[in-house]
Design a protein around this ligand. Structure first.
Ligand SMILES: Nc1ncnc2c1ncn2[C@@H]1O[C@H](COP(=O)(O)OP(=O)(O)OP(=O)(O)O)[C@@H](O)[C@H]1O
Length: 253
């Protein structure tokens, strides 16, 4: 379980996060949705200890992020940020091996090699494995970065807009892989999505954020409604139902 207690965060004089408390169940895909500037990325960076925790408490299972040693945290939670500049002349399989760093500390073992190979297959990266990152398209680079994060083999994954640049096939494949990882390996995947229908179709739980606050938490069918979408985005939608899950359609005026 991920437990957030009373998280508040300021940047300068501006309060970005307002007293966020959440309990997120393990072994689920959890979609974090909300308008631009809602505080989703800030919350992720506080949770992953990329920004100091100013107030409140963050627990990943039994690990309190404040007292957790860096190497333990790196084996507990992996995060894909929005701004992923990968520098250097690296091949795809070499980048994936970086994801194993908390385990091998610079000296990869046969198990690390095996994990990298497993991710190459899982994410259909065979044709790209020997390519230099600088030669990849935006979507290909995004897929490789996600594979590197999953290579870290942590029980908790925080993915900030991982569907950016992905085409329909790869977006669907990724969401299915994440569901599979949550079911078969009990991974807890928190994923920022702007496509509400992806959240509706693939998430077990949806967390709605606006102006640094949590507005609603629940199953897609319970929280993705005409009223919550209007409240969150000021957009009028029609909500349909497909096999028990909501599908939203922008209402034509
Ligand atoms: N370094 C910074 N200095 C000042 N304000 C910042 C800084 N970083 C973020 N903010 C502000 O904090 C608020 C939350 O930003 P954040 O990036 O967390 O939102 P978000 O929900 O991830 O948005 P998006 O969907 O656009 O990625 C925004 O108003 C943003 O302008």
């Amino acid at each position: 379980m991920i437990k957030l207690d009373n998280i508040s965060h300021h940047i300068g004089k501006q309060q970005i996060l307002h007293d966020i408390s959440l309990s997120l169940p393990s072994a689920q895909v959890i979609a974090l949705i909300g308008p631009n500037g809602a505080g989703k990325s800030t919350l992720f960076s506080v949770m992953a200890r990329l920004q100091p925790l100013q107030s409140g408490k963050v627990m990943f299972g039994e690990h309190d992020i404040v007292s957790c040693p860096a190497r333990t945290l790196a084996k507990t939670v992996a995060m894909l940020g929005q701004d992923n500049q990968v520098q250097g002349r690296l091949r795809v399989h070499e980048l994936l091996m970086f994801g194993r760093y908390p385990y091998h500390q610079g000296q990869p073992s046969a198990e690390d090699e095996q994990k990298v190979q497993e991710m190459i297959e899982r994410f259909e990266l065979e044709p790209l494995a020997e390519r230099f990152l600088s030669t990849l398209s935006g979507g290909q680079r995004q897929r490789v970065l996600i594979a590197m994060i999953v290579c870290q083999d942590t029980p908790y994954l925080l993915l900030d807009e991982p569907l950016n640049n992905l085409d329909m096939y790869h977006a669907g494949r990724l969401m299915r892989e994440l569901r599979e990882l949550s079911c078969s390996q009990q991974k807890t995947v928190v994923i920022v999505l702007h496509d509400i229908n992806q959240a509706a179709q693939f998430a077990d739980t949806v967390v709605m954020m606006k102006t640094g606050q949590v507005m609603a938490v629940g199953q897609p069918v319970d929280v993705i409604t005409k009223d919550t979408i209007k409240d969150l985005y000021n957009v009028d939608v029609t909500v349909l139902n497909h096999q028990g899950r909501p599908v939203i359609v922008d209402t034509l005026l």
